[in-house]
Design a binder for this molecule. Structure first.
Ligand SMILES: *[C@@H]1O[C@H](CO)[C@@H](O)[C@H](O)[C@H]1NC(C)=O
Ligand SMILES: *[C@@H]1O[C@H](CO)[C@@H](O)[C@H](O)[C@H]1NC(C)=O
Ligand SMILES: *[C@@H]1O[C@H](CO)[C@@H](O)[C@H](O)[C@H]1NC(C)=O
Length: 379
């Protein structure tokens, strides 16, 4: 074979040698950024005609293969990773087989942008099921229009199909979200890092895959009941709104490499349930700060535990920084919910939402017997 131009030959060889599903490591799925293009013979304009036309993927319904810079009406479509993405029309889906380890937990991260419709939803699932989740793509959190979303599942088999499905009902069948950069990461069961911290993953270090080039963090949509969380130990409680997972490569993070930005105000709570002994006293400590993402204003985090509650004000210059706070409380039940919410959110100059960052959370038992009264403390 004479290779005048090496890249297509290498791409073709890669396709030939890895026809079987590859064991999932952390990172992009095979052709997870859709840079290997369908054969022109399997396209009609931008529409993908063959089920297996996009290397490594199976498509159903009205799927378009989009090149960055392509125009749709007045809208210029851009792509976060590389030069290509796909668009899922009504009832369209993309899927890929991935080999996983049965019984292990995985998180999926992908980037999506809504296009014409105001409110779009994607259904992410693994087959064989029963796990699926509906991720609302209705709020624009970033000015680029692209957001990354995380979802998690427990592998019931060694070989599963990941399916991303748009069951939208737009009048225009071509309207639908763009998808790019689909990645997977193994989640390890949460463990207490410090022996006396009763919380799991209190520093938020264990979480979904974060794309090295995604400056916008990863949105963690609300968990519906009995779903697995892409942020081990924690649940996001909301009707439709998310919290944002931020990393130290792109944001100011109070401790370690990861933290959570509460971007949806009172509409979303971050929660962990901890076994406690009624009557005993506990101390919750945590950091409140800003992610250094130009979120300027008076931020406020409310923390709840047992019947205790504290409000932590934080005056943000939007340049990073944090304060420590604590709450002492007596447990009233054998399970205590530790909850964080932001009293408000801020809309930045570019229209995107932001809020306070919570990090480095610990819960310790401070007494063996019931105290006469609860005390609220702030450091
Ligand atoms: C593209 O499709 C044509 C027609 O089906 C086929 O002859 C050609 O080998 C295909 N090319 C690749 C790279 O698969
Ligand atoms: C390609 O799409 C156009 C417009 O929808 C349609 O008229 C035409 O029949 C299609 N061609 C093929 C080969 O499917
Ligand atoms: C998502 O898709 C799965 C598999 O097709 C289906 O079982 C599930 O009911 C769907 N979930 C929602 C919320 O639509």
């Amino acid at each position: 074979m004479v290779a005048n131009n090496g890249a297509p030959v290498v791409a073709l060889l890669l396709l030939l040698v890895s026809a079987a599903a590859r064991a999932a490591g952390d990172g992009l799925l095979q052709n997870g950024n859709f840079e290997y293009s369908p054969n022109k013979s399997q396209m009609n304009g931008t529409r993908v005609m063959g089920e297996y036309a996009i290397p490594y993927w199976k498509v159903t319904g009205f799927v378009e293969y989009i090149a960055s810079g392509q125009k749709q009406g007045d809208m210029l479509l851009t792509v976060p990773e590389g030069a290509h993405a796909v668009r899922l029309g009504n009832e369209a889906s993309i899927q890929q087989q991935i080999s996983v380890t049965r019984g292990m937990y995985y998180s999926i991260t992908f980037s999506a942008a809504r296009t014409c419709a105001q409110s779009e939803k994607l259904n992410v699932s693994v087959a064989p099921g029963p796990e699926s989740g509906e991720l609302p793509i209705q709020t624009v959190y970033t000015s680029s229009g692209w957001d990354s979303y995380a979802w998690a599942f427990k592998a019931k088999r060694g070989l599963v199909s990941l399916i991303i499905h748009n069951h939208g009902e737009d009048d225009d069948p071509a309207c639908g979200p763009l998808i790019d950069s689909v990645a997977i990461k193994t989640l390890y069961p949460p463990q207490a890092t410090q022996t006396d911290n009763m919380l799991k993953n209190g520093d938020f270090e264990e979480g979904p895959y974060v794309f090295p080039n995604a400056r916008w963090g990863v949105l963690l949509p609300p968990n519906t009941e009995d779903e697995h969380s892409p942020l081990p130990g924690w649940m996001v409680l909301s009707y439709t709104k998310a919290v944002k997972y931020v990393d130290s490569a792109h944001f100011a993070v109070p401790h370690g490499a990861r933290a959570v930005e509460l971007v949806s105000g009172l509409e979303t709570a971050l929660m962990q349930e901890v076994p406690t002994v009624p009557g005993r006293s506990y101390r919750l400590e945590f950091s409140v700060g800003d992610a250094g993402d130009s979120c300027v204003g008076s931020l406020q985090v409310r923390a709840y535990a047992g019947e205790g509650c504290t409000t932590v004000p934080y005056n943000s210059q939007g340049t990073g920084g944090h304060t420590r706070a604590s709450l002492e409380f007596a447990a009233v039940a054998d399970v205590t919910r530790v909850v964080f919410v932001s009293s408000s959110y801020i809309t930045k100059w570019d229209g995107t939402l932001c809020g306070p960052v919570v990090d480095d959370v610990s819960l310790v038992c401070v007494s063996q017997q019931a105290p006469p009264s609860r005390r609220l403390l702030r450091l």
